[in-house]
Ligand binder design. Structure first.
Ligand SMILES: *Cc1c(COP(=O)(O)O)cnc(C)c1O
Length: 375
Protein backbone atom coordinates (compact mmCIF):
# COMPACT_ATOMS: atom_id res chain seq x y z
CA UNK A 1 0.00 0.00 0.00
CA UNK A 2 1.11 3.51 -0.74
CA UNK A 3 1.02 6.09 2.00
CA UNK A 4 -1.63 8.86 1.81
CA UNK A 5 1.18 11.28 0.99
CA UNK A 6 2.32 9.15 -1.94
CA UNK A 7 -1.23 9.03 -3.27
CA UNK A 8 -1.96 12.71 -2.70
CA UNK A 9 -2.69 15.11 -5.53
CA UNK A 10 -2.05 18.07 -3.27
CA UNK A 11 -0.75 18.54 0.25
CA UNK A 12 -1.90 21.19 2.72
CA UNK A 13 0.46 21.75 5.62
CA UNK A 14 -0.93 23.52 8.69
CA UNK A 15 1.63 24.82 11.15
CA UNK A 16 0.04 24.75 14.61
CA UNK A 17 3.18 26.27 16.13
CA UNK A 18 2.68 29.28 13.85
CA UNK A 19 -0.96 29.55 14.99
CA UNK A 20 0.30 29.40 18.59
CA UNK A 21 2.85 32.15 17.89
CA UNK A 22 0.14 34.28 16.27
CA UNK A 23 -2.05 33.73 19.32
CA UNK A 24 0.76 34.91 21.62
CA UNK A 25 1.30 38.02 19.49
CA UNK A 26 -2.42 38.87 19.52
CA UNK A 27 -2.57 38.34 23.27
CA UNK A 28 0.36 40.71 23.70
CA UNK A 29 -1.35 43.30 21.46
CA UNK A 30 -4.55 42.87 23.46
CA UNK A 31 -2.68 44.38 26.43
CA UNK A 32 -4.52 42.74 29.28
CA UNK A 33 -7.80 41.96 27.54
CA UNK A 34 -8.54 38.25 27.31
CA UNK A 35 -7.65 36.80 23.93
CA UNK A 36 -10.29 34.33 22.73
CA UNK A 37 -10.04 32.39 19.45
CA UNK A 38 -12.62 32.25 16.68
CA UNK A 39 -12.66 28.72 15.27
CA UNK A 40 -15.91 28.84 13.28
CA UNK A 41 -16.13 27.14 9.88
CA UNK A 42 -13.75 24.43 11.10
CA UNK A 43 -11.18 27.09 12.08
CA UNK A 44 -11.44 28.76 8.67
CA UNK A 45 -10.97 25.36 7.04
CA UNK A 46 -7.86 24.40 8.98
CA UNK A 47 -9.36 21.99 11.53
CA UNK A 48 -11.14 23.38 14.60
CA UNK A 49 -10.27 20.56 16.99
CA UNK A 50 -6.55 20.53 16.18
CA UNK A 51 -6.34 24.33 16.32
CA UNK A 52 -8.30 24.63 19.56
CA UNK A 53 -6.32 21.87 21.29
CA UNK A 54 -3.10 23.64 20.38
CA UNK A 55 -4.41 26.99 21.62
CA UNK A 56 -5.46 25.44 24.93
CA UNK A 57 -1.78 24.57 25.42
CA UNK A 58 -1.11 28.34 25.00
CA UNK A 59 -3.66 29.13 27.70
CA UNK A 60 -6.66 30.03 25.54
CA UNK A 61 -9.90 29.21 27.39
CA UNK A 62 -12.58 30.85 25.23
CA UNK A 63 -13.64 29.81 21.73
CA UNK A 64 -16.22 31.12 19.29
CA UNK A 65 -18.00 29.07 16.62
CA UNK A 66 -20.90 30.06 14.37
CA UNK A 67 -23.24 27.06 14.67
CA UNK A 68 -24.53 24.85 17.45
CA UNK A 69 -23.35 21.80 15.49
CA UNK A 70 -19.82 23.18 15.51
CA UNK A 71 -20.04 23.71 19.26
CA UNK A 72 -21.20 20.12 19.84
CA UNK A 73 -18.26 18.75 17.83
CA UNK A 74 -15.80 21.06 19.53
CA UNK A 75 -17.07 20.17 23.00
CA UNK A 76 -16.59 16.49 22.18
CA UNK A 77 -13.01 17.21 21.08
CA UNK A 78 -12.04 19.50 23.95
CA UNK A 79 -13.81 18.09 26.99
CA UNK A 80 -15.36 20.15 29.74
CA UNK A 81 -12.90 23.00 30.35
CA UNK A 82 -13.15 25.83 27.84
CA UNK A 83 -16.05 28.20 27.14
CA UNK A 84 -17.61 27.80 23.69
CA UNK A 85 -19.77 30.66 22.40
CA UNK A 86 -22.12 30.21 19.41
CA UNK A 87 -22.29 33.38 17.30
CA UNK A 88 -25.37 32.62 15.19
CA UNK A 89 -27.74 32.42 18.12
CA UNK A 90 -30.27 29.77 19.09
CA UNK A 91 -32.43 28.19 16.39
CA UNK A 92 -35.94 27.65 17.83
CA UNK A 93 -36.16 24.61 20.09
CA UNK A 94 -32.42 24.00 20.44
CA UNK A 95 -31.95 25.24 24.00
CA UNK A 96 -31.55 21.74 25.41
CA UNK A 97 -28.80 20.86 22.96
CA UNK A 98 -27.02 24.03 24.03
CA UNK A 99 -27.18 22.88 27.62
CA UNK A 100 -26.04 19.35 26.82
CA UNK A 101 -22.96 20.70 25.00
CA UNK A 102 -22.45 23.43 27.57
CA UNK A 103 -22.41 25.85 24.65
CA UNK A 104 -23.13 29.50 25.37
CA UNK A 105 -25.45 31.19 22.88
CA UNK A 106 -24.80 34.66 21.58
CA UNK A 107 -28.35 35.97 21.86
CA UNK A 108 -29.15 38.40 19.07
CA UNK A 109 -32.72 39.52 19.84
CA UNK A 110 -35.24 39.93 22.65
CA UNK A 111 -37.27 37.05 21.18
CA UNK A 112 -34.30 34.71 21.50
CA UNK A 113 -33.68 36.05 24.97
CA UNK A 114 -37.24 35.15 25.94
CA UNK A 115 -36.76 31.52 24.95
CA UNK A 116 -33.55 31.32 26.90
CA UNK A 117 -35.18 33.01 29.91
CA UNK A 118 -38.09 30.56 29.81
CA UNK A 119 -35.65 27.68 29.96
CA UNK A 120 -33.92 29.25 32.94
CA UNK A 121 -37.25 29.60 34.74
CA UNK A 122 -38.26 26.04 33.88
CA UNK A 123 -35.02 24.44 35.01
CA UNK A 124 -34.45 26.73 37.95
CA UNK A 125 -30.83 27.15 36.87
CA UNK A 126 -29.01 30.32 35.87
CA UNK A 127 -28.35 30.19 32.12
CA UNK A 128 -25.15 31.65 30.69
CA UNK A 129 -25.49 33.75 27.54
CA UNK A 130 -23.75 36.48 25.61
CA UNK A 131 -25.80 39.42 24.37
CA UNK A 132 -24.94 40.90 21.02
CA UNK A 133 -25.93 44.47 20.27
CA UNK A 134 -25.85 46.03 16.81
CA UNK A 135 -23.48 48.98 17.06
CA UNK A 136 -23.73 49.81 13.38
CA UNK A 137 -23.04 46.81 11.14
CA UNK A 138 -26.71 45.91 10.63
CA UNK A 139 -26.00 42.19 10.55
CA UNK A 140 -26.57 40.53 13.92
CA UNK A 141 -27.50 41.69 17.38
CA UNK A 142 -30.19 43.61 19.17
CA UNK A 143 -31.26 46.88 17.64
CA UNK A 144 -30.79 49.96 19.84
CA UNK A 145 -34.57 50.01 20.49
CA UNK A 146 -34.44 46.46 21.84
CA UNK A 147 -31.47 47.37 24.00
CA UNK A 148 -33.45 50.31 25.34
CA UNK A 149 -36.31 48.00 26.36
CA UNK A 150 -33.78 45.83 28.14
CA UNK A 151 -32.44 48.85 30.00
CA UNK A 152 -35.96 49.75 31.21
CA UNK A 153 -36.94 46.25 32.27
CA UNK A 154 -34.28 44.20 34.10
CA UNK A 155 -36.74 41.28 34.39
CA UNK A 156 -35.97 40.59 30.73
CA UNK A 157 -32.66 39.06 31.82
CA UNK A 158 -33.98 37.30 34.92
CA UNK A 159 -32.23 33.99 35.38
CA UNK A 160 -29.59 34.78 32.79
CA UNK A 161 -25.92 35.07 33.55
CA UNK A 162 -24.75 37.62 30.97
CA UNK A 163 -21.22 36.46 30.35
CA UNK A 164 -20.46 38.98 27.63
CA UNK A 165 -21.95 41.99 25.90
CA UNK A 166 -20.55 42.08 22.41
CA UNK A 167 -20.77 43.69 19.01
CA UNK A 168 -18.88 43.38 15.72
CA UNK A 169 -16.96 45.91 13.62
CA UNK A 170 -17.84 46.42 9.96
CA UNK A 171 -14.72 48.27 8.79
CA UNK A 172 -11.92 47.25 11.17
CA UNK A 173 -9.52 46.49 8.29
CA UNK A 174 -9.70 50.18 7.25
CA UNK A 175 -8.14 52.00 10.22
CA UNK A 176 -9.10 55.42 8.89
CA UNK A 177 -12.77 54.57 8.36
CA UNK A 178 -15.09 56.85 10.34
CA UNK A 179 -17.42 53.91 11.06
CA UNK A 180 -14.87 52.50 13.53
CA UNK A 181 -15.05 55.34 16.04
CA UNK A 182 -18.80 55.61 15.50
CA UNK A 183 -19.19 51.93 16.38
CA UNK A 184 -17.02 52.23 19.50
CA UNK A 185 -19.12 55.15 20.77
CA UNK A 186 -22.37 53.36 20.05
CA UNK A 187 -21.07 50.17 21.68
CA UNK A 188 -19.99 52.14 24.78
CA UNK A 189 -23.48 53.62 24.98
CA UNK A 190 -25.26 50.26 24.59
CA UNK A 191 -23.06 48.28 26.94
CA UNK A 192 -23.93 50.67 29.77
CA UNK A 193 -27.24 48.80 29.97
CA UNK A 194 -25.28 46.01 31.65
CA UNK A 195 -22.28 47.80 33.11
CA UNK A 196 -21.14 44.80 35.13
CA UNK A 197 -20.91 42.44 32.16
CA UNK A 198 -17.63 41.94 30.32
CA UNK A 199 -17.52 43.58 26.91
CA UNK A 200 -16.06 42.54 23.54
CA UNK A 201 -15.86 44.35 20.21
CA UNK A 202 -12.59 43.61 18.38
CA UNK A 203 -11.98 40.97 15.72
CA UNK A 204 -8.42 40.47 14.36
CA UNK A 205 -8.13 43.87 12.73
CA UNK A 206 -9.88 45.49 15.68
CA UNK A 207 -7.05 44.36 17.97
CA UNK A 208 -4.76 46.66 15.98
CA UNK A 209 -7.06 49.71 16.11
CA UNK A 210 -6.02 50.80 19.59
CA UNK A 211 -6.95 50.54 23.22
CA UNK A 212 -10.49 51.90 22.77
CA UNK A 213 -11.39 48.78 20.79
CA UNK A 214 -10.08 46.09 23.11
CA UNK A 215 -12.44 46.10 26.12
CA UNK A 216 -12.35 42.90 28.22
CA UNK A 217 -12.04 40.29 25.50
CA UNK A 218 -10.88 40.27 21.86
CA UNK A 219 -12.09 37.77 19.24
CA UNK A 220 -9.48 37.23 16.54
CA UNK A 221 -9.94 34.60 13.85
CA UNK A 222 -8.21 35.39 10.56
CA UNK A 223 -4.98 36.73 12.08
CA UNK A 224 -4.48 33.47 13.98
CA UNK A 225 -4.41 31.73 10.61
CA UNK A 226 -1.85 34.10 9.09
CA UNK A 227 -4.14 36.49 7.22
CA UNK A 228 -2.88 40.06 7.37
CA UNK A 229 -5.00 42.03 9.89
CA UNK A 230 -3.49 45.34 8.73
CA UNK A 231 -3.93 45.32 4.93
CA UNK A 232 -1.51 47.62 3.16
CA UNK A 233 1.07 47.27 5.93
CA UNK A 234 3.62 44.53 6.57
CA UNK A 235 1.85 41.41 7.84
CA UNK A 236 2.80 40.97 11.51
CA UNK A 237 1.45 37.40 11.60
CA UNK A 238 3.38 34.22 10.85
CA UNK A 239 2.30 32.25 7.78
CA UNK A 240 0.33 29.16 8.80
CA UNK A 241 -0.52 27.21 5.67
CA UNK A 242 1.48 25.98 2.75
CA UNK A 243 -0.01 24.17 -0.20
CA UNK A 244 1.71 22.00 -2.79
CA UNK A 245 0.16 20.40 -5.88
CA UNK A 246 1.53 17.52 -7.88
CA UNK A 247 2.53 17.68 -11.53
CA UNK A 248 0.37 15.08 -13.30
CA UNK A 249 1.62 15.68 -16.81
CA UNK A 250 4.16 17.74 -18.73
CA UNK A 251 3.89 18.52 -22.45
CA UNK A 252 5.42 20.65 -25.17
CA UNK A 253 2.92 22.48 -27.40
CA UNK A 254 3.56 24.34 -30.67
CA UNK A 255 2.80 27.98 -31.33
CA UNK A 256 -0.96 28.45 -31.80
CA UNK A 257 -2.06 25.54 -29.55
CA UNK A 258 -5.31 26.20 -27.67
CA UNK A 259 -4.99 25.57 -23.94
CA UNK A 260 -7.76 24.30 -21.67
CA UNK A 261 -11.54 24.94 -21.63
CA UNK A 262 -12.78 27.49 -24.11
CA UNK A 263 -9.25 27.75 -25.49
CA UNK A 264 -9.06 30.79 -23.24
CA UNK A 265 -5.34 30.96 -24.06
CA UNK A 266 -3.41 30.21 -27.25
CA UNK A 267 0.33 29.66 -27.17
CA UNK A 268 1.97 32.60 -28.91
CA UNK A 269 5.20 30.60 -29.13
CA UNK A 270 6.12 26.97 -28.43
CA UNK A 271 5.44 26.32 -24.75
CA UNK A 272 6.14 23.72 -22.10
CA UNK A 273 3.03 23.14 -19.99
CA UNK A 274 2.60 21.44 -16.64
CA UNK A 275 -0.80 20.11 -15.57
CA UNK A 276 -1.25 20.23 -11.80
CA UNK A 277 -3.54 18.13 -9.62
CA UNK A 278 -5.61 20.93 -8.12
CA UNK A 279 -8.79 22.63 -9.32
CA UNK A 280 -11.86 24.50 -8.25
CA UNK A 281 -13.28 21.36 -6.59
CA UNK A 282 -10.37 21.75 -4.17
CA UNK A 283 -11.26 25.35 -3.48
CA UNK A 284 -8.65 26.81 -5.82
CA UNK A 285 -10.41 29.94 -7.10
CA UNK A 286 -11.62 29.71 -10.69
CA UNK A 287 -11.58 33.41 -11.43
CA UNK A 288 -7.96 34.08 -10.72
CA UNK A 289 -4.62 34.85 -12.19
CA UNK A 290 -2.80 32.95 -9.43
CA UNK A 291 -0.41 30.32 -10.76
CA UNK A 292 2.24 28.28 -8.97
CA UNK A 293 5.92 28.42 -8.08
CA UNK A 294 8.74 25.97 -8.67
CA UNK A 295 11.21 27.19 -6.09
CA UNK A 296 11.52 30.88 -6.96
CA UNK A 297 10.46 30.38 -10.59
CA UNK A 298 6.89 31.54 -11.25
CA UNK A 299 4.64 29.15 -13.19
CA UNK A 300 1.88 31.43 -14.56
CA UNK A 301 -1.61 30.03 -14.94
CA UNK A 302 -2.30 29.05 -18.58
CA UNK A 303 -6.00 29.17 -19.48
CA UNK A 304 -8.89 28.36 -17.18
CA UNK A 305 -9.00 26.51 -13.88
CA UNK A 306 -10.71 23.10 -14.33
CA UNK A 307 -12.52 21.12 -11.65
CA UNK A 308 -9.58 18.86 -10.84
CA UNK A 309 -6.60 20.45 -12.56
CA UNK A 310 -4.93 23.58 -13.76
CA UNK A 311 -2.34 24.10 -16.48
CA UNK A 312 0.66 26.33 -15.82
CA UNK A 313 3.38 27.68 -18.08
CA UNK A 314 6.63 25.86 -17.32
CA UNK A 315 8.49 27.05 -20.42
CA UNK A 316 12.23 27.03 -19.80
CA UNK A 317 12.12 24.57 -16.88
CA UNK A 318 13.79 21.28 -17.77
CA UNK A 319 12.91 17.77 -16.61
CA UNK A 320 15.47 17.79 -13.83
CA UNK A 321 13.86 20.91 -12.32
CA UNK A 322 10.24 19.90 -12.87
CA UNK A 323 9.22 16.31 -13.49
CA UNK A 324 6.02 14.33 -13.57
CA UNK A 325 5.11 13.50 -9.96
CA UNK A 326 6.99 16.47 -8.50
CA UNK A 327 5.21 18.93 -6.20
CA UNK A 328 5.06 22.65 -6.94
CA UNK A 329 4.12 25.44 -4.52
CA UNK A 330 0.65 26.99 -4.63
CA UNK A 331 0.73 28.80 -1.27
CA UNK A 332 4.25 29.62 -0.07
CA UNK A 333 6.49 32.56 0.81
CA UNK A 334 6.38 33.70 -2.85
CA UNK A 335 2.58 33.53 -2.99
CA UNK A 336 0.76 33.99 0.31
CA UNK A 337 -2.93 33.33 1.00
CA UNK A 338 -3.51 37.08 0.74
CA UNK A 339 -1.69 37.13 -2.65
CA UNK A 340 -3.87 34.32 -4.02
CA UNK A 341 -6.93 36.21 -2.78
CA UNK A 342 -5.83 39.49 -4.36
CA UNK A 343 -5.17 37.75 -7.68
CA UNK A 344 -8.67 36.26 -7.52
CA UNK A 345 -10.64 39.31 -6.51
CA UNK A 346 -11.52 37.93 -3.08
CA UNK A 347 -10.23 37.93 0.49
CA UNK A 348 -7.86 35.52 2.24
CA UNK A 349 -10.72 34.38 4.47
CA UNK A 350 -12.60 32.92 1.50
CA UNK A 351 -9.52 31.18 0.11
CA UNK A 352 -8.72 29.51 3.44
CA UNK A 353 -12.31 28.45 4.11
CA UNK A 354 -12.61 26.89 0.65
CA UNK A 355 -9.38 24.91 0.60
CA UNK A 356 -9.40 21.33 0.26
CA UNK A 357 -11.59 18.41 1.09
CA UNK A 358 -9.31 16.26 -1.09
CA UNK A 359 -5.95 17.47 0.10
CA UNK A 360 -3.66 15.35 2.19
CA UNK A 361 -3.24 17.33 5.40
CA UNK A 362 -0.14 17.52 7.53
CA UNK A 363 -0.24 19.15 10.95
CA UNK A 364 3.03 20.50 12.29
CA UNK A 365 3.42 21.13 16.00
CA UNK A 366 0.53 19.06 17.31
CA UNK A 367 1.13 18.96 21.05
CA UNK A 368 -1.99 17.01 21.97
CA UNK A 369 -2.12 13.21 21.88
CA UNK A 370 1.19 11.79 20.64
CA UNK A 371 0.88 10.75 17.02
CA UNK A 372 -2.64 12.13 16.75
CA UNK A 373 -2.98 13.84 13.38
CA UNK A 374 -6.76 14.10 13.16
CA UNK A 375 -7.90 17.50 11.92
C1 LIG B 1 -15.84 35.87 12.33
C2 LIG B 1 -16.02 36.75 13.50
C3 LIG B 1 -14.91 37.17 14.25
C4 LIG B 1 -13.48 36.93 13.80
O1 LIG B 1 -13.19 37.85 12.77
P1 LIG B 1 -11.75 37.93 12.08
O2 LIG B 1 -11.85 39.08 11.17
O3 LIG B 1 -11.56 36.63 11.35
O4 LIG B 1 -10.76 38.11 13.16
C5 LIG B 1 -15.13 37.87 15.42
N1 LIG B 1 -16.40 38.17 15.82
C6 LIG B 1 -17.49 37.81 15.10
C7 LIG B 1 -18.84 38.19 15.60
C8 LIG B 1 -17.34 37.10 13.92
O5 LIG B 1 -18.41 36.78 13.19
Amino acid sequence: MNTPLERAGAVLTIDLDAIAANYRLLREKAEGAECAAVVKANAYGLGAAAVARRLIVEGCTTFFVAHLGEAIDLRAALGEGPDIFVLNGTPPGTARDFLAARAIPVVNSLAELAEWRALAAESGAVMPAALQVDSGMSRLGMAPEEAALLAEDPSLIAGIDVRLVMSHLACADEPGHSANMAQVSEFERLRRILPEARASLANSSGVFLGKAFRHDLVRPGAALYGINPVPGKRNPMRPVVSLKARVVQLREVPQGAGIGYGHALHADAPMRLATLSIGYADGWPRGPRAGAFCGDAPLPLAGRVSMDSIVVDATGLSDDVLWQGAFVDMICANQTVDDVAAASGTIGYEILCSLGRRFHRIYLGDRSVAGDQTP
